[in-house]
Design a binder for this molecule. Structure first.
Ligand code: BES
Ligand code: MN
Ligand code: ZN
Length: 524
């Protein structure tokens, strides 16, 4: 093929993404001039700016690109009177030999006194995530899917912003947009970048699992996908069935699942990166692939969101995939009870009494408080591994949203020790954590009945997240135990952080990975 024809072909293909005729000419010109595909490549670079969008300072990568590009960035900023607001981007076309398009983003202030700014997260890292997300998206809007991202002083956060920020759920679309190729600009700080890639790719998997329609994400389909993904990584996944649950006398899981025709599943995942005699961390995740409420049926408004009632399970499998990717020297067991909660003639009825794996009897006053029933059995089973720490994650109570909205994961911990680790992992990753109480006040509300041991909703008013946690405490293995109620952070409207678009958030997958990394460093 003649060179000119080849370029015409390539540019027409590329130009379909562009609406502005002036830009078409610029890019066409560029690709005829150089002999590479550089016009299809974009780069994201950042500048530090103050709160007013002034006092601009170029990062080292921005400086380098500026020099290679005939000073175009500095010149352009001068035209705007040295003005570029934090979180805003500007595009430069045809200025650089290597990159057809440069996306320049305002990161925010270079020096941030995080101690003085108690926002529950590391603001500097958040700013970098926001910047690379915004820059990468603005390139994608121009049809550029081959994107190099500058590290902006923290290549882990830069990777996270770009990978989380460009992700979209388009599984069921006939015509899908391409997935961008995100690379690190000039291979600086490669290890941190790789860590950010692993964490954010895991979170995107968790988002995908949670966002999936319930008819495409039944307990069986969830198990298949986990076996495929983790299996390829060399992680051992065993899918237990109803018969196994019967042998274990898992009355909670069996009774919730029996209202649906979809068979239940219980995943037992074993990642052994540590020594043989090292006690494992056990992660337990609520996996209700659809929660209609059962006979205590939910109102139909927003009921479809309950397809994400398995996000605890999604976080567990996703975190393990990142741990395996990063080859963390630690032993981790993942346990996910999976089922649907539906009304039918076989379903659990309000007032029914069931018996959990540890022999405690439970009156089911409300079939919509099903998460705690299936987790009760999973926690009993967790004890058989004699865990170093047991951590469960569950979209457990709507009360979380009432208490603190979508700002943070609600954390319940018996000790300050693990809580401090959880808190700092949340601060580091931007997945905020907030501690709630595990007082006997709440335990007393679910106990003290004459005819059975526990009631699944209790007799109190308010504090629903705390009552649910108190219920789980009755089944938690001895030793360190942490419960995370992730109902509040399940879904985001996309406004709280620019790097996570609206939809099921997959939070706090990265905090979970960070926590395990931190624990593994302490164990070394
Ligand atoms: N899966 C829900 C909790 C939930 C609600 C998660 C909204 C995410 C968004 C859980 O199974 C549930 O229904 N909980 C009940 C408990 C109540 C019956 C004590 C609730 O929160 O209303
Ligand atoms: Mn429910
Ligand atoms: Zn539920």
């Amino acid at each position: 093929m003649a060179l000119s024809t080849m370029y015409t072909y390539r540019s027409t293909q590329f130009l379909t993404h562009l609406r502005n005729p002036l830009l078409r000419i610029a890019i066409d010109y560029n690709c005829r001039q150089c002999s590479t595909n550089s016009y299809k490549k974009g780069v994201v670079i950042g500048v530090y700016v103050d709160d007013e969008g002034k006092n601009i300072k170029l990062t080292p990568s921005a400086e380098k690109i500026n020099q290679e590009s005939n000073n175009v960035i500095v010149k352009a900023l001068k035209i705007g009177n040295g003005f570029l607001k934090k979180g805003k981007s500007r595009l430069f076309y045809n200025a650089n030999n290597k990159y057809g398009t440069i996306a320049l983003v305002g990161i925010g202030k270079e020096e941030i006194d995080s101690n003085n700014l108690d926002d529950g997260v590391d603001v500097k890292k958040q700013n970098i995530r926001d910047a690379t997300a915004i820059g990468s998206r603005s390139l994608m809007d121009c049809g550029i899917y081959d994107i190099d991202v500058s590290e902006m002083g923290d290549s882990e956060s830069a990777a996270e912003g770009a990978i989380l920020g460009t992700w979209k759920f388009q599984e069921y679309k006939k015509k899908q947009d391409p997935t961008p190729k995100i690379s690190l600009f000039e291979n600086s700080e490669k290890n941190e970048w790789f860590c950010g890639v692993a964490k954010s790719t895991a979170q995107n998997w968790s988002r995908k699992l949670a966002e999936s329609a319930a008819n495409y994400m039944t307990p069986t389909l969830f198990s298949n996908e986990v076996q495929e993904v983790l299996g390829k990584q060399g992680v051992n996944v065993v899918v237990h069935d109803k018969q196994w649950a019967e042998e274990k006398k898992m009355g909670g899981l069996l009774n919730v699942a029996k209202g649906s025709n979809e068979p239940l599943a219980f995943l037992e995942i074993n990642y052994s990166g540590g020594c043989k005699n090292q006690k494992p961390i056990v992660l337990v995740g609520k996996g209700v692939t659809f929660d209609s409420g059962g006979i205590s049926i939910k109102p139909s408004l927003s009921m479809g969101e309950m397809r994400a009632d398995m996000m605890g399970a999604a976080n567990v499998v996703a975190a393990i995939s990142a741990i395996a990717e990063l080859k963390v020297p630690i032993n981790v067991i993942g346990l996910t009870p999976l089922c649907e909660n539906l009304p039918s003639s076989n379903a659990l009825k309000p007032g029914d009494v069931i018996v959990a794996m540890n022999g405690k009897s439970i009156q089911v006053d409300n079939t919509d408080a099903e998460g705690r029933l299936i987790l009760a059995d999973a926690l009993c089973y967790a004890a058989t591994f004699e865990p170093k720490v047991t951590l469960d994650l569950a979209t457990l109570t709507g009360a979380m949203m009432v208490a603190i909205g979508g700002a943070a994961t609600g954390v319940f911990s018996k000790t300050d020790n693990v809580w401090n680790d959880v808190k700092s992992a949340g601060y580091y990753t931007g997945d905020r954590m907030w501690r709630f109480p595990l007082w006997s006040y709440y335990s007393n509300l679910i106990k003290g009945y004459t005819g059975f041991d526990l009631d699944n909703i209790g007799k109190g008013k308010g504090g629903g997240a705390c009552t649910a946690a108190a219920f789980l405490k009755e089944f938690a293995p001895p030793g360190e135990w942490v419960h995370m109620d992730i109902a509040g952070v399940m879904k985001t409207d996309g406004k709280d952080s620019p790097y996570i678009s609206s939809g099921m958030s997959g939070k706090p997958t990265r905090a979970l990975v960070q926590l395990i990394l931190d624990i593994s460093k302490k164990t070394e």
